[in-house]
Structures are given as structure tokens and as C-alpha cells.
Write a protein that binds this ligand. Structure first.
Ligand code: BG6
Length: 476
């Protein structure tokens, strides 16, 4: 199998929480896909770890059932892959478990005859982060063999903290235990093909950048709408809620990509720097303002879902109006909205441009000629521009038309990696562009925390499953 763009060094993937939802639905399929596409290092091992009592054989069987439906995997492929998979039973607050893992890793390095690279993926509930960071650091497992050989990297999922204070604490601890280049904070939205395209599109097309500001843009809408409810994740979700689950991260990262300034260079440092700068410029929403520009909702039937507290007031929906305090965006509202159990499944960003200065409208006709540019993140990934054209014939009427680019119409789309493939691939390469920096995490919490503090005093609207959510503010 030809290796493409990744390291020749042996690499060990340790996945903590390997029997959880994320590993089953995303990580294991992503690693297998990378393997099939020749994007994993030639020599690798996967150590799955959880509290469950599994043998290597039963765990391999578990992995087999997850990946056997994946397209184009031959039996030979699968067998060779499974040969590189083992299980390590661990209690994540128990030093002994890490010591045993250390022995296993020494054995693997002995087998390779080299100090391998090691990637530790924390696919565990966020309340375990603190103890795991400490145990990992104390165990010495994350100490690289040397500057040249055997890097160690730690991957953490969002939500990173519960608010600005806990995020700061976690980050302080991470900073003491690991170097910034070892820490990969995941927001899988950043790794979606269509999200990466926002940056490329904006800064490679000279026709947009000159008008990408308050003089020409009227408003921006960002939405992440889901059909499904909380499903089997009730207990986790009830502690978190929509604003922390997707608002503090996915939605604010969409905003960052739409609103950031030109990074000038395609480097992690420049791109993450500009994303952080625009997030820092978000105007905090506090006190009475929360009730005016933020809506929270809960779908009816949520309280009956498994794992939800009796009288839970956790939101499954929010919409809010954000403002960015800088020269480019002063006065432009950014409407952010997300919810579960809604009528449609749609993630998109629409930029609405202002009306033209004069109106060549037929007498008596009130035509507002506004252009709109939509980035559809999913489904039907693509970009479309709404413009106006004269209706053909003996008329002066105008009608709206669309110029569209659909990803599915392009053959290369089939080859495009799924977000978690990209996350893992970039971590192996050591490229942090699509991961959140400390500054981004801090700035996004700085915006979200005051809302969380004050919105308990505002109404919690309920909405019908399969509806468009509560209609509490006029703009959505
Ligand atoms: C996750 C959230 O981060 O993103 C989930 O925890 C949400 O609640 C999911 O459903 C949405 O991601 P995607 O890739 O399915 O749009």
C-alpha cells in the first residue's frame, strides 16, 4: 500500500473511551478509512482502552462489526488492520492502569526496534479530563523519547471546560503538563471540507474581499439545525446544553471563518491567530441584554428522554444576535441559531448584502435587490449566490436566480476525507491549523459565559418536536 503524506515512523494510537459513542461512530471508522486509503504510517498499533472487560479477540470482533460495512474494504485489508488492534482495560483515575499501559508501550517499541510516536485520544466525558491529564503526565507516558524521536500528542474533544473559569483552569493544567505543540483541541467542524473552503473562497476570490464588510453586508445568519433529539446521549447532554455543546465551538468557529481578517499566510500560527482575534472582538452579552437578544428553548418530550433530570431546564435550542466590535463589522448583526429535534437538518451560513443604492424598479414595484451568499456546510454541501436578472420578454420585472456550486457534482468529493479522518491525519502530521488554540478557546468562552450566567433569569420556551423551534424573536 502506498503511503501518502504521512510519517514513516511507527505510530501508536491510544484511544481512551474506545467503547463509547464517539469511537464507535467516528473514530474507529475514520482510522480504518485512513488505513484503506494508505494514510496511516506503515507500522502502527491501535490500543483501545476502556473500563469494559474485553479480551483482544472480543475487542477485535467489536471493531470488525463497526468497520465491516465500510465500503471497499477487502477481507485481507480488514484482517491486516485487526492484527494491529489490541485492548487495554483501564480505570482512568487509577495510576496502576497507566503503569500497565506504559509496559505495553515499551513492549511495542521493543517490537518495532524504535521509539514510536504516540497519540493519546481522550474520547471520554469532559469531567474526566482533569484526572486523566494528571495521570498521563504523572505516568510519564507523554514524555517524548527525545526531540528527534517519538513525539507524543494529546487529543481532546470539546467541550473544553464548562465556562471561562473551568476552561482557564484546565488550560493552565495542560500548559504545565504539556507543550502547546503537543495539544490538539478538536472541533471537528474545522475539519469539514466545506468549512475549510470558507477561508479559501473568501481570500482567493478578489470579487468578494473588497465588499466583505459593514459597508456592503447587512447581516449574517449562521445555523446548525438538527432533526434528531438527544438520543442515547441524554445524561451527557443534560449537563451541557445546546449553547455549550455546539454554540461555544462549532457555531463560533463558523463565525470566526466568516468574519476573520486575511491571515496572509496559510500557516497554523497565522490562521489560528486571526480566528482568535475576531472571537476576542465579540461583544459580550450581559445582564438585561441577554433577555433581549438571546432565546433558549427546549423541545417538548425532552424531559422524558433517558438520562434527563426530572425538572431539567437545559436548553436544546438557542438563537442569539452577536455583534463584533471592529472596523470591519461594527453594526452588522450575526444571528446564530442551533437546536435539536427540529424540522430540518441543515448547517449553513448566509451572508446578506445591502440593497443597491438606486433601484431600477418598474414603477410601483417594490423590489429589494439584495444579494445573498450561502455556504452550505451540510447536507448538499456547496456554495450559492443569489443575484437578480431581468425576466425575459416584454417586461421590466426582475427575478432571483442562483449561481451554485455543489460538491456532489465534483468527482473528487468522493475522495474528500471525513472530518475525523482529517483530524487524525493532521495530528499525525503535527499540523494544528484545524485545531483550536488556547486563545480561541478562551475568547469563545469569554463570549458564552456571561450568557450562561444570566439566561437562567429569562424564559425557557418549549417547542414542538419537528417544528422550526420557538418563534420568540423576530429576526429568524
Ligand atoms: C457534536 C455535538 O459536537 O456535533 C452533537 O456534540 C452534534 O450534539 C454534532 O449533533 C453535530 O456534528 P455533525 O458533524 O453531525 O454535524
Amino acid at each position: 500500500m502506498k503511503r501518502k503524506g504521512t510519517t514513516e515512523m511507527p505510530t501508536v494510537f491510544v484511544i481512551f473511551g474506545v467503547t463509547g459513542d464517539l469511537s464507535r461512530t467516528k473514530l474507529i471508522p475514520a482510522i480504518f478509512n485512513l488505513y484503506k486509503k494508505g494514510h496511516l504510517p506503515r507500522r502502527f498499533r491501535i490500543i483501545g482502552s476502556s473500563r469494559r472487560d474485553e479480551s483482544n479477540e472480543s475487542f477485535r470482533e467489536y471493531v470488525r462489526t463497526i468497520v465491516h460495512n465500510e465500503r471497499s474494504g477487502t477481507q485481507k485489508n480488514l484482517k491486516a488492520f485487526l492484527d494491529c488492534v489490541t485492548f487495554h482495560r483501564a480505570f482512568f483515575d487509577d495510576s496502576e492502569s497507566y503503569a500497565r499501559l506504559g509496559e505495553e508501550l515499551v513492549g511495542i517499541d521493543g517490537h518495532f526496534g524504535k521509539c514510536s510516536n504516540k497519540l493519546f485520544y481522550l474520547a471520554v466525558p469532559p469531567n474526566l479530563y482533569e484526572v486523566m491529564f494528571k495521570e498521563l503526565a504523572n505516568s510519564g507516558l507523554t514524555i517524548p523519547c527525545s526531540d528527534e524521536e517519538g513525539w507524543t500528542r494529546v487529543l481532546v474533544e470539546k467541550p473544553f471546560g464548562k465556562d471561562i473559569d473551568t476552561a482557564r483552569e484546565l488550560d493552565k493544567m495542560l500548559g504545565l503538563l504539556f507543550k502547546e505543540e503537543q495539544i490538539f483541541r478538536i472541533d471537528h467542524y474545522l475539519a469539514k471540507e466545506t468549512m475549510q473552503n470558507i477561508l479559501m473562497f473568501r481570500f482567493s476570490n478578489a470579487i468578494f474581499e473588497p465588499i466583505w464588510n459593514r459597508n456592503y453586508i447587512d447581516k449574517v445568519e449562521i445555523m446548525l439545525l438538527e432533526k434528531a433529539g438527544v438520543g442515547g446521549r441524554g445524561a451527557f447532554y443534560d449537563e451541557v446544553g445546546a449553547l455549550r455543546d455546539v454554540g461555544q465551538n462549532h457555531i463560533l468557529q463558523m463565525l470566526a471563518l466568516i468574519a476573520m481578517d486575511d491571515p496572509k499566510k496559510l500557516s497554523a500560527e497565522h490562521i489560528r491567530g486571526e480566528r482568535a482575534r475576531v472571537l476576542k472582538a465579540l461583544h459580550p452579552i450581559k445582564g438585561k441584554n441577554v433577555g433581549k437578544v438571546v432565546v433558549r428553548g427546549q423541545y417538548r418530550g425532552y424531559l422524558q428522554e433517558k438520562g434527563i433530570k426530572k425538572k431539567s431546564s437545559t436548553e436544546t435550542y438557542f438563537s442569539l444576535e452577536a455583534r463584533i466590535h471592529n472596523a470591519r463589522w461594527k453594526g452588522v448583526p450575526f444571528y446564530l441559531k442551533s437546536g435539536k429535534a427540529l424540522k430540518g437538518q441543515k448547517t449553513e451560513i448566509t451572508v446578506y448584502f445591502k440593497k443597491t443604492a438606486s433601484c431600477l424598479c418598474p414603477a410601483g414595484a417594490e423590489i429589494h435587490r439584495r444579494n445573498a451568499l450561502t455556504f452550505r456546510i451540510q447536507p448538499d454541501e456547496g456554495i450559492s449566490i443569489r443575484f437578480w436578472a431581468k425576466t425575459p420578454g416584454f417586461t421590466q420585472k426582475l427575478e432571483a436566480k442562483n449561481l451554485s456550486f455543489l460538491y456532489h457534482a465534483v468527482a473528487a468529493t468522493k475522495e474528500a476525507p471525513e472530518a475525523y479522518e482529517r483530524v487524525l491525519f493532521d495530528c499525525i502530521r503535527g499540523d494544528q491549523t484545524l485545531f483550536m488554540s488556547t486563545r480561541e478557546v478562551r475568547s469563545s468562552w469569554a463570549f458564552i459565559t456571561p450568557i450562561l450566567r444570566d439566561w437562567g433569569k429569562t424564559l425557557l420556551y418549549t417547542y414542538k418536536k419537528g417544528s422550526g423551534g420557538p418563534k420568540a424573536l423576530p429576526h429568524f
